[in-house]
Write a protein that binds this ligand. Structure first.
Ligand code: FEO
Length: 393
């Protein structure tokens, strides 16, 4: 698959894996994208997860037609991209690995290689002939050693995880060849929220570095290649990393026997009566936390509710709170509620969690003893009105 002159796409779809990083569900699979430049000199830009593409080496040989592979550029050491480094280096023993000094220790620890390493520093150039590559250090997107590679000839950015997406490339590999709205946009945000979002400050630094750089293509290491709308990818990352969310509310609840769920549904209805259309209600025991976190990133309002469980919040709500602490989405307007049968604890622990999140509380919380009724639910009316008013501001 030719992208531009001498530049080949060597990606593969993984439809077998259930969990990315053994953690994040992959309902639409995932692609690993690797790129080969066969110019006057030859360079491979990132590899694949080990074993994902049985004929990967054969495909490289086919393109190179007997030529040697001179450079392997490692933008990121996570094994879904660097996993084939050992195989590549054994097949091409003279190859020089180009990476930054933070990656060198990882290369040694993963593969035992300490030789044939060429350090890439910010702004360094590699002349391959027509293609002249420039290295851009973008640390913490999302590991300390991450960098990008910019092709000054074709104005093309190899961005690794940044601007990438979960989801296989079902035929179309370019943004104009596929239905981005079908699932890629949501899966791109789910990737961002769960994997990159914690480092949103570093995303802003990377975007500032890329400002003014001509970009005809963005070639990420997962998901579609941006050749028609690279500015759309930049704009989405800018919006997400600035924590700009849209009008809407996520209501996530943990309920053992249904009382807390009834409260969640009641609040959802009351928010809808205030004219809010984007309301997403999630049972944390059923929906994987990655989908909830994606929508927390998407919408401005957040309501969390938990039944008491051993004097604490429910374990599945605890997991969501842990992920929220890790990813640290900002600028949320929130409300809380609880349910209990004797002395509570769920709401109290939610309050402790939320008070440390630097979010804005819309209204005081409701803690409901036993089955909810109109009287017990009255504080929820105030919560619903307050959160709807604040997210409309
Ligand atoms: Fe796609 Fe950070 O690996």
């Amino acid at each position: 698959m030719n992208i531009t002159n001498h530049l080949y796409y060597l990606g593969i779809n993984d439809r077998k894996k259930h969990l990315f990083e053994n953690n994040w569900p992959l309902p639409f699979g995932v692609s690993y994208n690797s790129y080969l430049i066969a110019d006057e000199h030859t360079a491979l830009i990132d590899t694949l997860e080990y074993g994902a593409y049985p004929n990967y080496l054969g495909r490289i040989e086919e393109i190179l037609k007997g030529r040697d592979l001179e450079y392997l550029i490692i933008n990121h050491m996570e094994p879904d991209h660097a996993g084939m480094t050992g195989e590549i280096c054994r097949r091409y023993p003279n190859i020089r690995i180009i990476a930054n000094n933070k990656a060198f220790k990882m290369i040694e620890n993963y593969f035992g290689f300490t030789h044939n390493l060429m350090e890439a520093k910010d702004g360094d150039l590699l002349d391959l002939g027509r293609h002249k590559l420039q290295f851009v250090m973008t640390p913490w997107l999302h590991w300390p050693e991450t960098m990008m590679t910019y092709d000054t000839a074709d104005h093309l950015l190899f961005s690794c995880d940044a601007f990438g997406s979960f989801g296989c490339l079902d035929g179309g590999i370019f943004d104009d060849e596929l239905d981005f709205d079908y699932y890629y946009q949501d899966e791109m945000l789910r990737y961002y929220a769960n994997i990159v979002g914690k480092y949103s400050g570093m995303v802003q630094k990377a975007l500032a570095k890329l400002a003014g750089v001509p970009l005809r293509y963005i070639c990420p290491s997962h998901g579609p290649i941006w050749r028609t709308q690279p500015t759309k990818a930049l704009g989405l990352y800018d919006k997400w990393s600035k924590h700009q969310a849209m009008e809407g509310v996520v209501i996530a609840f943990a309920s053992m026997y249904g009382h807390t769920e009834q409260t969640a549904d009641y609040i959802a209805r009351k928010i809808a009566e205030q004219g809010i259309k984007h309301i997403r209600v999630y049972d944390v025991s059923k929906t994987h936390v990655s989908y909830i976190l994606r929508d927390v990133w998407k919408y401005k309002g957040l309501v969390l509710g938990s039944c008491a469980y051993n004097g604490d919040m429910h374990p599945m709500m605890r997991q969501l709170c842990h992920e929220l602490e890790m990813a640290a989405p900002k600028c949320k307007v929130y409300g809380l509620f609880g349910g209990y049968s004797w002395n509570g604890g769920g709401l109290k622990k939610l309050q402790t969690f939320a008070s440390a999140m630097d979010w804005e509380e819309a209204a005081l919380s409701a803690d409901i003893l036993g089955a909810p009724d109109a009287e017990k639910l009255a504080p929820c009316n105030i919560l619903a009105q307050a959160i709807a008013a604040k997210i409309k501001e």
